[in-house]
Design a protein around this ligand. Structure first.
Ligand code: 26Q
Length: 817
């Protein structure tokens, strides 16, 4: 901590500020204020401090003249800011004391904050961790996202089925940490046509939009850990240009005018709830362009305000595209440079193609974005022209490299031919970027080998790897204070900014006293989770049981249904094998399903019904419990992760690009049961084979099995335990009096062909669990493995990921204030 930080905190002034906000901002009194009002007033008082530092950082001459990264993402899943910012500010205990004197408990007030759920899952959470690591290491940056009025839907269950409700994360009072920046608002066009005109004897083109909306920025402060650098997460909100058209108001068309207002307001109304699946909806494309256009203009504004030439843009600004979602920023920058700034195509392309870099997060074909050419043409006619020209020049390169090879041209073209011609956003991103990266070593290799092999040949240095990471501030220091203190008592307090230091903990892995302390912390965290479950769900849990955790979006490739089959196999054995013994186990799930993903919702339903039956079955003697925690979000992850004994990372090999929950749970001392997929491969490298339970088919075996014609019935008939487990889904065991209600899941695994090879991996998965079960009964041995997990995963700090981006891709320097 910088000494200046503590000096800056004036307790009385802070308390007065809280009181002032209670009365003047929230119209309440010290006597009548609710906890919620206290939280809001405290948040505003704290935000005053960070807004001050935000503006100081923005105006710092050294920072203004340094190179910055602009992280463009349609999602930033930041989670609650108050507790985290208190830690970064180094003010947690001072504010705790100050609020105590006002008769308030800080921990209670923190619970009043609603999560800003402005993302679906891994990709959005990664963006949030990256912002934390950028600010912590003082790399100049701006995060650009969207200010959705409604975040990811709230999930509840009705008779076991997922219900979705809108997530009004700002409530009526607004969110205390955000500050509107009306001076930085932009106008964004849509539709219209391209006009051709002459200037100085030259033919020029300009886009005349048919509709214009306003982009209003809201800044969220990203507070550098123990530094007074605050960088902005700038979220654009769409508004109608004027409240309504005055002309139509006056001629009586008032309601028509209101219509325009509603349309514009719609663009940032709600986050699309699809994850790893694209649906070519117009409104989604409007969101993407709105986001890209506002962000690119803001970047150019900053660049030009300092007086830099356009030529030097890549020396001062780099733009990282978080997946293809903001790819339309590439033709937008080209359009501005050519049509508005008067640059030649070649000059514009030289600038643009040195400015953008693109991160790929998926190999799943259904997740690769394509947009209908007709839709793009209609919505963004000038961008479509620019895309054609980029493609034209690119295909020339392809022909030079592979003369006469039409199939290469067809495969690499940015335009996919066919009855409905489509624009391939991934191809546009690769062509328009100076660097492309995957998110884990295995994934990046598959990007080179399977997804973009020709691009790799054409541009041999463009494709790279940057393994994902997580911020140790939120995902250890803040969410697991007891473990953090234990670690600090052994190795000092510098590990949150230098996570490799955790390795020094490994010397205590065999120390019985440390083992006992480590397991006592785990037990207390399990108790905290058990208390949450009891008070929110009415299920009583035994903290001696193995806490076996799978928390992530519901998707077939993540194979929650493989976990389900394991549960069914345990249930079957408990009821049918007199000699079967197992350590008590609680299996936790938390997962949202995309509202349109039918099978995912059926799997949730099945898990809920199975949970109901098993938890209430006296025959199994409390050996097994299943808990499906509703409404998975960052704040509940902060309770579950520190309590996990077992981390389920069981995707079909080759399908999970990286995973980041795997890193969070290992860091908090859970043992992973996982496939050779994503970052599991690198976690195994770090913790060693003895401290992780790897099972199942690897990428090559998956490929071979598909190539040889996979038939799930082969496994079904050959393995009696598998057959018995699956058949439990057919009767009325879990839906008394209503047999067959769970058969959708059963059918997908048999007649449906089991596309993710659940049945093929079942036996190996059961075996790996048996080995874990045996290990758990030797608590000292388990403790050693758990300690080594915490000690050896320092690599997965997002600080390291950011340094990899900085050194290998962005080439920027940290700027100390
Ligand atoms: C695309 C078009 C239209 C609507 C929605 C989307 C869309 C939205 C979100 C497509 C994909 C996503 C999210 C993808 C995602 O979260 N991927 C995960 O990224 C993590 C961070 O790199 C990885 O750890 C995970 O492996 C990967 O699945």
């Amino acid at each position: 901590m910088k000494p200046t930080q503590q000096k800056q905190f004036d307790k009385t002034a802070f308390q007065n500020s809280v009181k002032k906000h209670l009365t003047s901002t929230y119209a309440t009194t010290l006597q009548t204020a609710t906890s919620r009002a206290w939280y809001l007033a405290m948040g505003r008082a704290l935000a005053e401090l960070t807004t001050f530092d935000l503006l100081e950082t923005e105006h710092d001459e050294k920072i203004r003249h340094a190179k910055s990264v602009n992280y463009l993402s349609l999602e930033f899943l930041i989670g609650r800011l108050t507790g985290n910012n208190l830690i970064s500010l180094g003010l947690y205990s001072q504010v705790n004391d100050a609020m105590n004197e006002l008769g308030q408990h800080l921990t209670d007030l923190l619970e009043e904050e609603r999560d800003p759920s402005l993302g679906n899952g891994g990709l959005g959470r990664l963006a949030a961790c990256f912002m934390d690591s950028l600010a912590a290491q003082e790399f100049p940056c701006v995060g650009y996202g969207l200010h959705y009025e409604y975040g990811l839907f709230k999930q509840s269950f009705a008779l076991g089925r997922q219900q979705e409700a809108p997530d009004a994360w700002r409530s009526v009072e607004g969110y205390p940490w955000e500050v509107a920046r009306p001076n930085l608002a932009q106008e964004i066009g849509f539709y219209g046509q391209v006009e051709v005109y002459q200037e100085n004897g030259e033919e020029r083109r300009r886009w005349v939009p048919g509709m214009t909306v306003k982009a209003m920025p809201w800044d969220m402060p990203i507070v550098g850990y123990e530094s007074d650098t605050v960088y902005p997460l700038r979220l654009w909100e769409c508004r109608a240009i004027a409240p309504f058209s005055l002309a139509s108001f006056n001629n009586g068309n008032y309601f028509e005018a209101q219509h325009a207002l509603i349309d514009a307001g719609n663009i940032t109304k709600v986050l699309y709830p699809n994850d790893n699946h694209e649906k070519g909806k117009t409104l989604r494309l409007m969101q993407q362009y709105f986001h890209s256009a506002a962000s690119v203009r803001d970047i150019l504004r900053r660049h030009e305000e300092i007086g830099h030439s356009l030529e030097s843009l890549p020396d001062y600004e780099t733009i990282q595209l978080n997946d293809t979602h903001p790819t339309i920023a590439i033709p937008e920058l080209m359009r501005i440079l050519i049509d508005e700034k008067g640059l030649s195509w070649d000059d514009a392309w030289r600038i643009s193609s040195k400015t953008f870099a693109y991160t790929n997060h998926t190999l799943l074909p259904e997740a690769l974005e394509t947009w209908s050419e007709a839709l793009l043409q209609h919505l963004l006619p000038r961008h479509m022209e620019i895309i054609y020209q980029i493609n034209h020049l690119f295909l020339k390169e392809v022909r030079e490299k592979w003369p006469g090879d039409v199939s290469k041209q067809r495969k690499l073209s940015i335009i996919q031919e066919g009855f409905h011609r489509m624009v391939r956003m991934a191809n546009l991103s690769v062509v328009g970027s100076y660097a492309v990266n995957g998110v884990a070593a295995l994934h990046s290799n598959l990007v080179k080998r399977d997804l973009f092999p020709e691009f790799h040949e054409l541009y041999p240095t463009r494709l790279q790897n940057v393994t994902n990471g997580i911020t140790p501030r939120r995902w250890l220091k803040f969410c697991n204070p007891d473990l953090s203190e234990l670690i600090t008592s052994k190795i000092g307090d510098q590990w949150p900014t230098d996570l490799d230091q955790l390795e020094a903990i490994s010397q205590y892995a065999d120390d019985p006293q440390f083992q006992q302390q480590f397991m006592a912390v785990k037990k207390a965290n399990k108790q905290r989770l058990a208390d949450w479950v009891e008070s929110n769900m009415g299920i009583v849990l035994d903290t001696n049981a193995i806490f076996d955790v799978q928390i992530k979006r519901l998707h077939e490739y993540k194979r929650q249904h493989l976990n389900m089959l394991h549960i069914l196999s345990l249930y079957h054995r408990l009821l049918n094998e007199p000699d079967f013994d197992m350590a008590p186990r609680v299996v936790f799930f938390a997962a949202k399903a995309a509202p349109g993903y039918h099978l995912a919702k059926e799997i949730i339903y099945a898990l809920n019904k199975i949970s109901e039956r098993i938890n209430g079955d006296p025959r199994i003697n409390d050996k097994l419990k299943v808990v499906f925690i509703p409404d998975y979000r960052v704040s509940i992850a902060e309770i579950i992760i520190p309590a996990a004994d077992v981390s389920e990372q069981i995707s079909t090999a080759g399908k999970e690009a990286s995973g980041t929950g795997n890193m969070k749970m290992a860091l908090n001392g859970a043992l992973t049961i996982g496939t050779m997929d994503g970052a599991n491969v690198e976690i195994r490298e770090e913790v060693g084979d003895d401290n992780i339970y790897i099972f199942g088919l690897d990428v090559d075996q998956v490929e071979a099995l598909h190539a040889n014609g996979y038939n799930p019935y082969d496994y079904y008939h050959a393995d009696p335990l598998l057959k018995a487990s699956l058949e439990l889904l057919l009767g009325d065991e879990f839906t008394p009096g209503e047999p067959g209600k769970l058969r959708v899941t059963y059918d997908s695994l048999l007649d449906g062909g089991d596309p993710y090879l659940v049945l093929a991996d079942f036996a190996a998965y059961v075996q790996a669990h048996e080995a874990m079960d045996r290990q758990y009964r030797d608590q000292a041995g388990w403790a050693k493995k758990a300690i080594l997990n915490t000690a050896l995963v320092g690599k997965f700090s997002s600080d390291r990921s950011i340094r990899d981006y900085v050194n290998n891709i962005w080439k920027l320097e940290a700027v100390k204030r």
